[in-house]
Design a binder for this molecule. Structure first.
Ligand code: GSH
Length: 212
């Protein structure tokens, strides 16, 4: 398998799935600042021009959450997707919740603080997105009371998808007053199978750029 990705991006989420399963894979850097995601070769893999993309033989899978779910199905013995239908439904529920209710406001915040050209940034949307995130994160904060994992007693795809978001939220100072989520974040990144934290991946990138 080959994972196409780049530093402190959603590639980290796909990496989490791969590492959790102990899967063999190569990592192919797609240098976003150099525009490699816009080259025809990469656009053939993902017409959206975004990382990550997982290539497994003739299967080409863009979308970080889809990659985690694919890997979970490929290695059923690891139970990242529980065999029980009810538990699996809860995993799907929390994966969708993470991708739509939690990630969407984080993405808005990041775009309007750092990614969009200055003239397109809307400071007001940052305020709204912070409110949206806080409201939805409170739902997960309550859910995590007394739990180690989001569904059941072991790690599932819902954790691989969500833990990375908790790191992202933490970077934005959005976990203040959410002790269950802070503890969950620390616990998840204590795992030997955790990918680098966003800050760590960003620092490695800066170090590599300084050395080149
Ligand atoms: N929904 C996609 C989002 C992927 C995405 O936005 N990736 C960013 C890096 S985190 C990217 O490749 N951006 C390049 C661009 O938009 O030009 C996923 O979860 O994989």
């Amino acid at each position: 398998m080959k994972l196409y990705g780049f530093g402190p991006t959603r590639s980290l989420r796909a990496l989490w799935g791969l590492k959790e399963l102990g899967a063999d894979f190569e990592f192919e850097v797609v240098n976003l600042p150099a525009g490699e995601h816009g080259r025809p070769g990469f656009l053939r893999l993902n017409p959206a021009g975004k990382v990550p993309v997982l290539v497994d033989g003739d299967r080409v899978i863009p979308e970080s959450a889809a990659i985690v779910l694919y890997l979970a199905e490929k290695h059923p013995q690891m139970q990242l997707l529980p065999a029980d239908l009810g538990a699996r439904a809860q995993v799907y529920r929390w994966v969708m919740f993470a991708m739509t209710e939690l990630e969407q406001p984080l993405w808005r915040i990041t775009r309007h603080t750092a990614l969009l050209p200055q003239e397109k940034r809307l400071p007001q949307d940052i305020v709204l997105a912070r409110e949206d995130f806080a409201r939805m994160a409170s739902v997960l904060e309550q859910h995590m009371a007394g739990r180690r994992f989001i569904v059941g007693d072991g790690i599932t795809a819902a954790d691989c998808v969500t833990a990375y978001l908790m790191d992202w939220a933490n970077e934005q100072g959005l976990l203040e007053g959410k002790p269950n989520l802070q503890a969950y974040l620390a616990r998840m990144y204590d795992r030997s199978t955790a990918p680098p934290r966003i800050a760590e991946a960003a620092a490695s990138l800066r170090a590599a750029a300084a050395g080149s």
